[in-house]
Design a protein around this ligand. Sequence first.
Ligand SMILES: O=C(CO)[C@H](O)[C@H](O)COP(=O)(O)O
Length: 226
Amino acid sequence: MTQDEAKALVGKRAVEFVQDGMAVGLGTGSTSTLFIKALGERVKQGLKIRCVASSDASHNLAASLGMDITTLDKLPDLDVYIDGADEVAPGLTLIKGGGGAMLREKIVASSAKKFIVVVDQTKVVKTLGRFPLPVEVIKMALPLVHSKLAALGLNPSQRPAKNGDGPYLTDEGNYILDCACGQIPDPAATAAAIRGIVGVVEHGLFLNMASLALIAGDGGVTEMYP
Ligand SMILES: O=C(CO)[C@H](O)[C@H](O)COP(=O)(O)O
């Protein structure tokens, strides 16, 4: 099974966790896109749900599929949030933010009773840190935060725009520093150290948030719990 096939498989499986009448949080990224498209099919067949998305891209996709999509201020209590991840480690500790949306993703995930992670098996690791850890930063604080992250040994570098033209900007208009820090043996300590830097808006460590991960691979879809 290719990685794209695995993403499509797990996106379809996640739809089974959505029931009539639910308020649903929609994630961001290529796996979430496949989930949203599969969910859109169910909506066309009569599934009645209301949705909130964690990025402008996912919001626009859901709207284009005719889904009932609104904003978190209008629908603040969600039954479930379904989103991808860049890494999943034991205990369902995650790195997210490869798509730059971790601030809104963390807010939407925090608004849901249940957060289900959808990944292909290449995302599963024993210890977080193979994937660079994203940190969202207020523009004027970029040099300050860069030097503080470097002093922590986290090896930050600024994310460029996808088209290579200037820096990457999040949906909230902030910069991202990607930290190629290597293995993160104590994610809670790393999260606390990053959070302690003035000018940091959010980081991509998601700890004690996910309740279930659906993992697609050659054997089908397996479930992982914290
Ligand atoms: O955190 C994210 C976006 O900010 C994504 O969920 C993460 O990057 C995984 O993306 P993909 O499904 O495309 O591999």
